[in-house]
Ligand binder design. Structure first.
Ligand SMILES: [Zn+2]
Length: 153
């Protein structure tokens, strides 16, 4: 997978909250690269917890914590939320990697075998059998024999 930046594991809902954050001391815009911690924090006078991120302003080095205002969960739930976030990001990455590979296309070998078969037959029924359609209506589960390979070198 390679090394990911620290903010990779932080839920996107929290990152979007950070986007509108300015340093309380110098009003410099905080970026996700300024994050130095992410964790679970107990809400005072409550059994619930919330996610937090801690950042250091890149301008004046002021340290601050942002609590996720939307979320009040049990510690277990918050751990799941973080894991789900990672899984979702991995799934997205995987599907982007797979996009370059063509799916459901015939290979060159399959195409040349199919063309060879077409040359050797004039029967419509044989053609239907070849593509897996059994016109006689029985033995549908039995795999069809591949076309003859006798004339292969
Ligand atoms: Zn600052």
């Amino acid at each position: 997978m390679g090394n990911k930046p620290f903010h990779y594991c932080i839920p996107s809902s929290m990152l979007s909250e950070l986007k509108s954050t300015k340093c309380v001391q110098c009003e410099f815009n905080i970026s996700k690269d300024d994050i130095i911690a992410v964790g679970i924090r107990k809400i005072p006078d409550s059994e619930n917890c919330t996610l937090y991120i801690e950042y250091i302003c890149s301008q004046c080095e002021y340290r601050e914590i942002i609590l996720n205002r939307k979320g009040r969960y049990s510690p277990n739930e918050l751990c799941y939320i973080l894991l789900e976030e990672m899984r979702e990001k991995r799934n997205i990455e995987r599907s982007m990697q797979n996009r370059s590979k063509p799916k459901g296309k015939m290979t060159n070998k399959e195409i040349s075998e199919f063309l060879k078969f077409l040359e050797g037959t004039s029967s419509h029924e044989d053609f239907l059998k070849y593509i897996g359609f059994n016109s006689t209506g029985h033995d549908q589960t039995e795999p069809q024999d591949p076309p003859s390979k006798d004339n292969e070198s």
